[in-house]
Structures are given as C-alpha cells and as structure tokens.
Design a protein around this ligand. Structure first.
Ligand SMILES: [Zn+2]
Length: 342
C-alpha cells in the first residue's frame, strides 16, 4: 500500500495546495476532471494547483482503457510530475490508471461516495468492444474527501455507498466459507480491515445521513479499499452478492446503482442460505436505502435468472451460491418474501 496522504472531513477541499506541497509536487500537474464537476468546484482547486505548478487540463467524457493510456503517454512525454483527478468513480479510474501506468503520484478528489472503488487499487475501464474490465493498479497516493462537498451530491449516490459497504457482511461470510471448503486462502489483515469497515457503519451512533455520518462512511470506504490492497484482490469486499449484481448488470433491463444491487444481493443470499437478514434489513431501512426489487425494476424472472447464473460471472470466486439449491420454486418464493420485507 502506498497511500500516504489521506484527508477526510468538512472543508478539506481547501487543502489541495498544502497536500501537493507536502508531497513535494512542483512543475506540471495534469488536472483531469469531469466537465460538470469542474464547473462546480474547479474554481476552488485550480488556484491551489497554480500556486504549486503549471496546470495541463484534460476533460474526461469516457472511461476507455485507450483514453487512460493516452493520458499516461501525455504525462510521460510532457514530463508531468503529478496527476490530480476530481469527479465520480469513472473519472477517478481514468486518472488512477494513467497514474499507475506513468508511475506518477496521484491526488484523488472524489465528489461522491457511491462505492468502494473510489479508494481501491482497482480501475474499472472499458475495452474497445465496450465491455468493462477491472484492472489492478495502485491505491491513490494522496486522497482528499471533503464531506461537505460530497454531502451536496444526490442522496441516492450516498445510499449506494452505504449499500456497497453493507455488502461486506455477505462477502466476508463467503470468504470464510470458501476457505473452509479449501477453495481460497485467508488473509487475516485484509479480513480485519473489511470487517472493521463494516462494523464502523453498522455500529455508528448516527441514524440518518448527515455530514458526521459521511465522515464515518468515508472511513469505511477507505478501509474497504485498503482491505482490497492487502488481499491483492476484491475478495474481502466482494462475494456472492457481487456475483448477483454482475449478473444484473448483464441481464437486467433497468440498470441500478452498483451499491443498491449488492445490498439487495446481500439480503437475498442471506435468506437463501437460511440466515436471518434482519440486522441488514433494519439498517438499510434506517438510512432509507430502498432495495425493493420491484421498485428497482427487477422482475421475478430476472431475479431468478440472475441468481441461477451469478456463479458464472466470475471464475475463482467461490461462494455459498456454489453449494446452494437454486431451484426456481425456492427462488420465486424468496423474491416474493423480499417484496414483503423490503
Ligand atoms: Zn462493490
């Protein structure tokens, strides 16, 4: 792990300059931003970067691997000393991958908290054929999460971030299960980090989304990212509920936010393996994270199909679903129970 500057809190956006200075950044800085996000906050961070060096600007409108590689080449040939990226997950992943390829320091400034990928050592980028790929890279070496700024993003994005963190609940059960079956290795440090990320939000004193809670959520997302970094894969934070969500990405007509899909998957798989999902359901309800399948546009047929095909979504990720009875009648019953209970 090589994250060495991490700032979380209200108003932290004003610490871009001091962060760069402390990391001895000077010369050319590649500033990569989503155009909309730049129109909102560019005026706040641009003068801070100009105080340190000379800005080269790039607007991001896609998340293609080739685009990230082009940026990496620009960084190398123009002798850029650092990449600063501000925006949501897609924009951050472009900057993250370009920094990894060009071996430059990377300052990440997320403007939302919709999933744990914003602080992970993984970039999800598009290939030429349009399919996305999760590419291993490095954690951002500098990160600023301004909770006040993030509080102004749509609340659904924050709720999705809660859902992605809650999914550690199922992911860790799946990891234990896979290890017990001799299908995977345990990494105690990574396990503990993912568990701590989960406990921090499950046991929070806050009962609604407020700036203080966003600080807790930000910490949890970072810990999930560090867990992935320690494990060298997404295993600590991604189990059967993520396989189900990947199937929904492929087969569900209505596309929902990743964090909501995995939260639904967590409740559904817990029921399928005969475990009580009450703690998770009550938590989601408290924060008004709505994962009712019908309201998410997931039909009974789609639910059944995605559960039955979830294990095909990813090789080498052994989970409870590999040994659970997935007969149609049982799955239809669970879907109907979810309609009542969520
Ligand atoms: Zn996730």
């Amino acid at each position: 792990m090589n994250t060495n500057v991490l700032k979380i809190g209200s108003g932290k956006i004003s610490e871009v300059q001091s962060t760069l200075e402390k990391s001895s950044i000077s010369g050319k800085i590649l500033y990569v931003a989503d155009p909309y996000v730049d129109s909102l906050y560019g005026a706040v961070i641009r003068p801070q970067m100009e105080a340190v060096g000379q800005i080269i600007e790039q607007r991001v409108d896609n998340n293609a691997i080739s685009y990230a590689m082009d940026l990496a080449e620009c960084v190398i040939s123009a002798d850029v000393s650092c990449i600063v990226t501000m925006g949501g997950g897609k924009t951050l992943d472009i900057g993250k991958y370009a920094a990894f390829v060009s071996k430059r320091p990377f300052l990440s400034i997320p403007t939302s908290m919709s999933h744990d990928g914003i602080v992970s050592p993984i970039a999800v980028l598009k290939r030429k054929d349009g399919k996305t790929r999760s590419l291993g890279c490095a954690m951002p070496s500098m990160m600023i999460m301004d909770t006040e700024l993030i509080a102004s993003c749509p609340s659904q994005l924050i709720k999705a971030g809660i859902g992605d963190t809650i999914s550690n609940y199922m992911a860790l059960k799946d990891w234990d299960f896979a290890v017990a079956r001799g299908k995977d290795e345990m990494n105690g440090y990574a396990y503990m980090m993912a568990r701590t990320a989960l406990d921090a939000i499950l046991k929070t004193q806050y009962d609604h989304i407020c700036p203080e809670f966003l600080g807790v959520l930000a910490n949890s997302l970072v810990m999930s990212g560090i867990a992935m970094d320690y494990a060298g894969s997404s295993r600590p934070v991604s189990g059967s509920e993520h396989l189900f969500s990947h199937a929904l990405d492929y087969f569900c007509e209505k596309q929902n936010l990743h964090g909501l899909n995995v939260a639904l998957g967590t409740v559904a798989v817990l029921k399928m393996i005969g475990e009580d999902p009450t703690e998770v359901v009550d938590y989601l309800r408290k924060f008004e994270v709505d994962v009712h399948p019908e309201r998410m546009g997931i039909s009974e047929d789609t639910f059944v199909y995605c559960m039955q095909h979830a294990t095909e979504m990813r090789k080498n990720r052994y989970t409870y679903l590999h040994e659970t009875d997935l007969n149609e009648k049982k799955l239809r019953g669970i879907y109907r129970e979810l309609l009542e209970e969520l």
